[in-house]
Design a protein around this ligand. Structure first.
Ligand code: PGA
Length: 248
């Protein structure tokens, strides 16, 4: 892992967006497609804003880009304002030229019997496109990546999981009350994430300071899923002045 400390979170966002744009342009020159793994939450918003700006002002095209989102709440329709489907269109997809057939976001409204095969198919689609080139990640206060909650398996693939109480409490302000926060979600697995060729992990703000220190300055442990990133050969840990750590 490569730790990059930025003074302000938006500067990290600009840099990550710039590197993603360079990669997209490189694949376009080579007449190839590229595959991005995308995250939701407040952390990656500055990346998406900058990508939208580059699309509008600098002719950055997303026509050869395929995307796979990390996760989605079970039970929410695409039109639900707290669904990650809604989030992605609100912050990115509505403003760029990505073909809609290239967008993949786990479906929160599947029938229970269909979930297993759907998750296997999600994995197959990623593999058939050659795997994820660049994965963006944030982190939950409990160390989750996507919705791979503490004590998840490092070899896990896309599946349905039960959300922890910490995650549900953190989501409560958006849903109004705890009882409205979904109890389950679909998430890409830890293995799916770790298979990405390049990872940009971002964590900003005082509330993430402690978990960032635990994840990256202590031993790798499944109790802190983000600590698995320590073993990734090309993972950039992008931090701001609050989460700032130096490599041990
Ligand atoms: P946040 O969420 O970016 O809104 O802090 C990150 C996460 O829970 O994974």
């Amino acid at each position: 892992m490569i730790i990059e400390n930025y003074k302000r979170s938006y500067l990290a966002g600009l840099e990550v967006a710039e590197r993603i744009a360079s990669y997209i342009r490189k694949t376009q020159l080579e007449n190839k497609h590229c595959v991005l793994g995308l995250a939701t939450g407040s952390t990656p918003i500055s990346v998406y804003q900058e990508l939208v700006r580059m699309h509008k002002r600098e002719n950055l095209s997303f026509e050869n880009v395929y995307t796979f989102n990390l996760d989605e709440y079970c039970g929410l329709r695409k039109t639900h304002m707290e669904s990650y489907y809604y989030f992605m269109f609100e912050h990115l997809f509505s403003y760029i030229d990505i073909p809609h057939k290239n967008i993949h976001i786990p479906d929160g409204k599947l029938r229970e019997n269909d979930i297993h095969n759907y998750c296997l198919d999600y994995e197959s689609q990623i593999s058939e496109l050659g795997g994820i080139d660049i994965q963006i990640l944030g982190i939950g206060r409990n160390g989750h990546l996507g919705f791979n909650e503490p004590n998840c398996d490092m070899n896990s693939i896309t599946r349905k999981i039960e959300l922890t109480e910490t995650t549900r409490i953190d989501a409560t302000p958006s849903f109004g009350k705890l009882s409205c926060v979904p109890k389950h979600a679909l998430t890409m697995g830890m293995q799916t994430i770790l298979n990405a060729r390049t990872i940009y992990f971002m964590a900003f703000g005082e509330s993430k300071k402690q978990i960032v220190e635990t994840a990256f300055t202590k031993n790798i442990t499944e109790e802190v899923p983000a600590s698995f990133l320590q073993s990734h050969p090309r993972c950039y840990i992008c931090l701001d002045q609050y989460t700032n750590i130096t490599e041990q």
